[in-house]
Design a protein around this ligand. Structure first.
Ligand SMILES: C[S@@+](CC[C@H](N)C(=O)[O-])C[C@H]1O[C@@H](n2cnc3c(N)ncnc32)[C@H](O)[C@@H]1O
Length: 299
């Protein structure tokens, strides 16, 4: 029996704001994962169809299994969302959802070294056809480049110390497991940071994962294509999990919603954040922000 391990973040808020304008709406779920959000839309709107994207074949198999009884109301496409949207014709969808980053599945089931709490091979790829793995980033990037990745994508203030320590260790022996890497990072940072609010490897692991999957390079191009692909009156919703993602979304929406005849109307003046109750019961939701826009005219 397939187990669903990810709880969809702010699904009530997503349903309240991502409202289709027509009965037989087409929704593109750009980050389907196990299908938590897609399931809510398929249940709520009996004539809506979902095109469910994910670059990760393993998690996509779970969504395909979950929605098999929906027949042609759910279509899975294995692709990066920016590539898919770029290839799709203009004004051909009513709702587009992005729930960025990775899923609980990746931490607990994928066995690809996403979690610093597990002892797994350092991989972190969503696209298993790619050659760039976390092991390559950690062992083969020059020390300075590694420090930059950890600083820019992790906003980690001890990036240089961490990269230096990694360089010392890898000169002795290649670093191949998530546990080894987490231990090395813990040893590199000051004592008070080691026992701080978050695990000392949290930011570095996030950074390496972002580098491996080029996550931040895909967001703005995907939004650009999303607003082209959207029908007039259609809506785009984006859930982000850290400031590097949110900044891109915020500025993109802001830029296209000002002036004389703006393309977009912002429906969330301030981003929507999860309730205290959700933050308590679903830890991954804590840093989430939801922004929603409506398309006002053709591009
Ligand atoms: C946060 S999870 C989505 C969870 C889902 N909304 C749910 O409630 O079950 C993000 C998913 O998007 C996929 N993903 C992340 N970035 C992607 C991209 N640029 N293109 C395609 N899939 C991506 C990941 O593999 C992951 O399964």
């Amino acid at each position: 029996m397939m187990e669903i391990v990810h709880v969809p973040v702010m699904y009530k808020e997503v349903l309240e704001t991502l409202v289709p304008q027509v009965e037989d709406a087409i929704m593109i779920d750009c980050t389907t994962g196990e299908g938590g959000h897609s399931a809510k839309f398929l249940e709520k709107y009996p004539k809506l169809k979902v095109i469910g994207l994910d670059r990760d074949r393993d998690i996509q198999k779970k969504a395909i299994e979950r929605f098999k009884d929906y027949k042609d109301r759910f279509t899975a496409v294995n692709t990066w969302f920016n590539d898919y949207l770029a290839s799709r014709e203009s004004e051909s969808a009513d709702l587009i959802l992005f729930d960025l980053g990775i899923s609980v599945f990746h931490y607990v089931e994928s066995e690809r070294g996403f979690s610093f709490r597990k002892d797994e091979k350092l991989d972190m790829r969503l696209n298993l056809d790619s050659d760039l793995t976390a092991e390559v980033v950690v062992n083969d990037y020059p020390e300075e480049e590694l420090a930059n990745v950890i600083y820019q994508y992790g906003e980690e203030r001890y990036s240089r110390r961490i990269a230096k320590r990694i360089a010392l260790e890898r000169a002795e022996k290649r670093i191949t497991s998530s546990k080894e890497l987490a231990d090395i990072i813990s040893q590199a940072v000051p004592r008070e940071y080691r026992y701080g609010r978050i695990h000392p490897a949290t930011r570095s692991f996030q950074a390496i994962r972002i580098e491996v999957n080029h996550e931040l390079d895909r967001i703005t191009p995907a939004l650009e294509e999303a607003v082209r692909v959207l029908n007039v009156g259609g809506r785009v919703g984006v859930i982000t999990f850290h400031s590097l993602e949110d900044r891109q979304v915020k500025w993109f929406f802001k830029d296209r919603s000002t002036g004389d005849d703006p393309l977009l109307k912002i429906l969330t003046k301030k981003p929507i954040i999860p309730t205290d109750e959700e933050c308590e019961t679903n830890a991954p939701s804590r840093s989430a922000k939801l922004r929603v826009v409506e398309k006002r005219r053709s591009v």
